[in-house]
Design a protein around this ligand. Structure first.
Ligand code: HEC
Ligand code: HEC
Ligand code: HEC
Ligand code: HEC
Ligand code: HEC
Ligand code: HEC
Ligand code: HEC
Length: 265
């Protein structure tokens, strides 16, 4: 599911819905998804300005955040961007903090799932980051408060791959023989939410590599214009019957190698 990119500020639905203590955000999209911020029993929305009184640092840069686009205007309280993820803040505000008065989505992905309905399914796939088990959180890879929520491009300090290599240090390099594919980012080969394939790969076996290496002798036919068989072509086909491009004895060091240009041990 691709998320809608524009929100109507006047699409707030009050009335019967407000009675449930929920603020439903209806967005402009083909399938008209209805998304809900988390609820805090008995609390009302107070607006981002109120949060700023005590959380100045977070609020200061919030206008650069992807989710600042969620800020919805209500005549009484102004922007409710913070409360889209943290739930209505009136009780928290009055108490000046306190356990159970506000939602902290860092502790569970449920808040994110409420709007990103398709993500629970992705993290339930056979090979996924252990987000549902609470070992990795959405915020390990996404910044809810500042800059682009996908930490890859723009003014953030992190380069695309640093989001991943802070935990996966052995893929960090630098390598004597780097694989140029890494320049396209880890997501050229992995879907970090999850896939049906081993190691969260975006495609199986040789298909993964052939996305970029169609000219490889194992595929390209192996017969040159002058009828000469390309050396190794038959060898490649035989090897592929018993494994993948990165099986033992082949290109095991797919991320980059310090031993050979062909990324072998
Ligand atoms: C009067 C001051 C005050 C205001 C206003 C305020 N907060 Fe807080 N907030 C605190 C204090 C103090 C803490 C730390 C104590 C605690 O964890 O409850 C806190 C903690 C939090 C936490 C972490 C809670 C946790 O369980 O980890 C979140 C999230 C939060 N505030 C969000 C908000 C949001 C969103 C708003 C605006 C709707 C807001 N706050 C308004 C004082 C305030
Ligand atoms: C996209 C959802 C989202 C929005 C919008 C959002 N937050 Fe948060 N907030 C989070 C998540 C997730 C965490 C947990 C961060 C972590 O564990 O590292 C968090 C944590 C916090 C905390 C606890 C302290 C901390 O840094 O861990 C405070 C306070 C807070 N947010 C305030 C705010 C304020 C104020 C706004 C609006 C200016 C806001 N948040 C907007 C998702 C959001
Ligand atoms: C109230 C609904 C809501 C909640 C809660 C919410 N999001 Fe979002 N999120 C959106 C919408 C709407 C967009 C699209 C914003 C845009 O493109 O302007 C978005 C965009 C994103 C994107 C970027 C998508 C893209 O294509 O650029 C990521 C990543 C994301 N959210 C992660 C999270 C995470 C992680 C959480 C929990 C901390 C969260 N969201 C909570 C509604 C929500
Ligand atoms: C291990 C890192 C990682 C974790 C954990 C993670 N994400 Fe992502 N997410 C990414 C990366 C990287 C992208 C960009 C993918 C791309 O551009 O190909 C992304 C893209 C997205 C997008 C926009 C594109 C899409 O697939 O719809 C959304 C929305 C999103 N993530 C939500 C979430 C939510 C919600 C959680 C927690 C339940 C989460 N992510 C946890 C790394 C992560
Ligand atoms: C907060 C730390 C953290 C971050 C950030 C992170 N990962 Fe992971 N990653 C993990 C953990 C924990 C596992 C599960 C390891 C296990 O089950 O043994 C994992 C597993 C994996 C695996 C599968 C490994 C295996 O042996 O099956 C791949 C591939 C992977 N991550 C890629 C990525 C990519 C790509 C990114 C960036 C988009 C990323 N990771 C970001 C912690 C992280
Ligand atoms: C060219 C495709 C490609 C790119 C780009 C790529 N990977 Fe991988 N990755 C693979 C393949 C293939 C495997 C499986 C290797 C195996 O099973 O021996 C793998 C395995 C992994 C594993 C599991 C390691 C293990 O020992 O089982 C992790 C973690 C990982 N990759 C992280 C990353 C990170 C982080 C990035 C970006 C910095 C990245 N990958 C970029 C193809 C890629
Ligand atoms: C996102 C594109 C992409 C993917 C996917 C990809 N590669 Fe590459 N790879 C490149 C580029 C670009 C180069 C450098 C140009 C070249 O040599 O073709 C390269 C170079 C190589 C080289 C070095 C060739 C040489 O002699 O210099 C090997 C070996 C290699 N890739 C193996 C693999 C394997 C194995 C896979 C699958 C796990 C894979 N590649 C997937 C883009 C990719």
């Amino acid at each position: 599911m691709k998320l809608p990119h524009r929100w109507t500020k006047n699409a707030l639905l009050f009335g019967g819905i407000a009675a449930w203590g929920l603020l439903l955000i209806s967005c402009v999209s083909v399938n008209r998804a209805v998304l809900a911020p988390p609820a805090v029993p008995g609390a009302k929305f107070v607006g981002t300005k109120t949060c700023a009184e005590c959380h100045a640092e977070i609020t200061e840069h919030f206008n650069t955040a992807t989710h600042a686009n969620l800020a919805l205007s209500d005549a009484k309280v102004g922007d409710t961007g913070c409360e889209a993820c943290h739930g209505p803040g009136s009780i928290h505000n009055k108490a000046g903090g306190g356990a159970g008065t506000i939602v902290n989505p860092g502790k569970s992905p449920e808040t994110c799932f409420a709007c990103h309905l398709d993500k629970r399914g992705e993290f339930s796939l056979p090979n996924a980051h252990p987000v549902l088990a609470g070992k990795v959180g959405c915020v390990d890879c996404h910044d809810p408060h500042q800059g682009k929520v996908i930490k890859r491009t723009g003014a953030e300090l992190e380069t695309p791959n640093e989001t991943c290599t802070k935990c996966h240090t052995s893929q960090k390099g630098p390598f004597l023989f780097p694989h140029q594919a890494m320049q396209e980012g880890c997501t050229a080969c992995h879907n970090p939410h999850g896939t049906v394939n081993q190691k969260m790969l975006v495609a199986r076996d040789a298909n993964l590599c052939l996305r970029c290496h169609l000219e490889h002798p194992a595929v390209a036919g192996g017969v040159l214009g002058d009828g000469k068989i390309v050396a190794g072509s038959q060898d490649h086909r035989t090897r592929l019957q018993g494994g993948t491009c990165w099986s033992a004895g082949c290109h095991e060091d797919v991320h980059g190698s310090n031993a050979s240009k062909a990324m072998r041990y």
